[in-house]
Design a protein around this ligand. Structure first.
Ligand code: ADP
Ligand code: MG
Length: 582
């Protein structure tokens, strides 16, 4: 029997309910309001009083309205047909409704249950299987989508039957499994999973051991992100967070892109809806949406729905990871998620932490980031979720709690600098403050030795050293004046500028420059480091500046030309001549 209750108090979306039976933390309930049922989640239980967070506007709700508890947590529906979808945080399919907003109390089916899918069996009758093992496959667009033993199945099962090759509906039985007690259970192509619980079912979750190429030089060359790794992009408004995430979505070596768009304003989310379908898959030339899922939220949606969205996105990522896919999960911006946590915590009148955020903000963020990772599946295949979130610290203050907590959880830090954005030095990733902790992993260093060249990580360290020395020289020049320092200081400064203009700065809107394969990144870094290794004998700082500006111009032309094309080689020849009479 379901537990029921009555509304006893209402503060905005926080409703207190007197209950007549057991309720569980995070359990879902429905509150009757006229003809509508408002979905809500239990966030606190105390005796026979439950505090629930309503996913909808509570306008018109009154004391005494009936509540029915469901006995399950907020879950997502998993199955073929998720790709190309736009969902809200509760997995309402935004394509099937008018505008972006549903009427109150209205929920849509996330997947089209009338559509048939061409199923190919993979499991054999008599085989032993456990949760997450692959039973069959359908083609979702051009990508193989595995139909798995539901994640909620405990223990070992024996395959009693599996459907023959053919067309099936999502709710058709595609396999019958016999459990250890000898009972038969039916499996369909659909399954459900609570969003706040990580999907397991894999054999092992090692430390990330290989790099995910993104084509973005300031990431790949200087601060690589591992496949299954975590990173974050803090930056003030207008510094290029969204542009950088779009570049990653288009270019990174991933099979599936999941974008959690937690916008501040509705128009930022509309921007995602209009821009994402335009994005081109740089690997296939097809529309990126074919292998993308967007979860969107705006701050005018109720707080609990906003809080749920990042978990929904992560759970969808885990689903595809279990199929052996490389998932790139992006969230823009996680600060909106943290704000939702803050609103909920404040309404619950919890003892506030710093700036009013929940006291356990760091733990919440760390637990979320920990769900990313590369896993070895039971059948030996690997799957991964690489997670990169943006943070929008108010006033660009990196000491605020969300940035600080995220810094502890994420392994890569791509700090966007207002100063660089003001100078149009894009991407505005600060070369001195940013880092990738993966460069300290022996397995990643070994991977780069193999993939790029032996000793590559040392070259990266050397490059960063030149950048830092250039910054020091720049500060001295600023204090003492152009003539107040030896010419060697200028030379040092210009060498770091050469790295900045040719390696770090990258035009996200240029066909060629926007995406640089690793091989080309190595070629350019070698070229630039060779120049930095030379010592020049300039008569004065002006001569030094003129010389380097000329070299930078030539190298930039190279960046805009097809790699090793005639034009590229001509610029290379021009550069050689310049360097010959140094
Ligand atoms: P944010 O999301 O941080 O508010 P955006 O990503 O919207 O900022 O970027 C703001 C503007 O900065 C863009 O519209 C674009 O003009 C410029 N910009 C950012 N990154 C680049 C880049 N890599 N190349 C060229 N222009 C860029
Ligand atoms: Mg943005």
């Amino acid at each position: 029997m379901k537990t029921t209750g009555k509304v006893t108090g209402i503060i905005s979306n926080l409703v207190t309910v007197e209950v007549d039976g057991p309720v569980a933390q995070n359990e879902i309930c429905f509150i009757q309001l006229d003809d509508a049922k408002l979905m809500a989640e239990v966030i606190k239980v105390n005796g026979n009083k439950a505090s629930v967070q309503v996913y909808e506007s509570t306008r018109g709700l009154q004391i005494g309205n009936p509540v029915e508890f469901q006995g399950y947590m907020l879950e997502v529906t998993l199955g073929p047909g998720l790709l190309s979808s736009n969902f809200d945080g509760l997995q309402n399919n935004l394509a099937t409704m008018e505008g972006i907003f549903l009427k109150r109390g209205e929920y849509t089916k996330p997947l089209d249950e009338s559509r048939r899918w061409a199923f190919e069996p993979l499991a054999k009758v008599g085989e032993q299987v456990v949760a997450a093992d692959w039973l069959g496959e359908v083609k979702e667009g051009w990508l193989p989508h595995k139909i798995m033993v539901p994640f909620s199945f405990e223990g070992t099962y024996k395959v009693k039957s599996v459907a023959a090759q053919g067309e099936y509906l999502l709710n058709d039985t595609i396999a019958v499994l016999t459990n250890e007690a000898g009972e038969d259970v039916q499996v369909t192509m659909l399954q459900k999973w609570p969003v706040k619980v990580a999907i397991g079912g894999y054999a092992d979750k090692p430390r990330p051991f290989r790099v995910m190429e993104t084509g973005v030089r300031c990431i790949d060359t200087l601060n690589p992100i591992a496949e299954g790794g975590t990173g974050f992009i803090p930056g003030p408004f207008g510094c290029g967070k969204t542009v950088l995430q779009h570049a990653l979505a288009e270019q990174a070596e991933a099979d599936i892109i999941i974008m959690a768009a937690c916008g501040e304003r509705a128009n930022e989310v509309v921007e995602i809806f209009t821009e994402f379908p335009e994005l081109k898959d740089k690997h296939t030339g097809r529309s990126l949406m074919e292998r993308t899922i967007i979860i969107c939220n705006t701050s005018n949606m109720p707080v609990a729905a906003r809080e749920a969205s990042v978990y929904t996105a992560m759970t969808l990522g885990e689903y595809y990871r279990a199929m052996g896919m490389k998932v790139l999960l992006l969230a823009d911006s996680t600060s909106r998620w943290a704000q939702a946590l803050r609103e909920m915590s404040n309404r619950l009148e919890e003892l506030p932490g710093q700036d009013g955020f929940p006291v356990d903000l760091s733990a919440i963020i760390a637990n979320f980031y920990a769900r990313a990772g590369i896993v070895k599946l039971n059948n030996g295949a690997t799957g991964s979720i690489t997670f990169i979130g943006t943070v929008s610290p108010a006033g660009g203050n990196l000491k605020e709690p969300v940035t600080e907590s995220t810094k502890k959880a994420a392994r890569c830090f791509y700090g966007l600098s207002q100063n660089r954005a003001d100078k149009k030095r894009y991407p505005a990733v600060d070369p001195v403050d940013s880092y990738s902790k993966y460069l300290e992993y022996p397995e990643i260093v070994a991977y780069l030795d193999e993939k790029v060249e032996k000793g590559w990580a040392d070259k990266v360290t050397k490059t960063k050293y030149i950048i830092r020395k250039g910054k020091d020289a720049y500060e001295q020049i600023n204090i003492l004046g152009d003539d107040g320092v030896p010419v060697a200081y200028h030379e040092q400064y210009w060498k770091s500028e050469l790295i900045d203009f040719v390696i770090l700065q990258q035009d996200a809107f240029d066909e060629i420059d926007s995406s640089t394969p690793l091989e080309r990144q190595k070629y350019m870094l070698d070229l630039i480091l060779d120049i930095c290794d030379r010592s020049f004998k300039f008569d004065d700082f002006e001569q030094c500046a003129t010389y380097f500006k000329n070299i930078i111009n030539i190298c930039k032309q190279m960046n805009y030309s097809e790699f090793k094309s005639e034009a590229f080689n001509n610029y290379m020849e021009q550069l050689r001549k310049e360097l010959a009479h140094e």
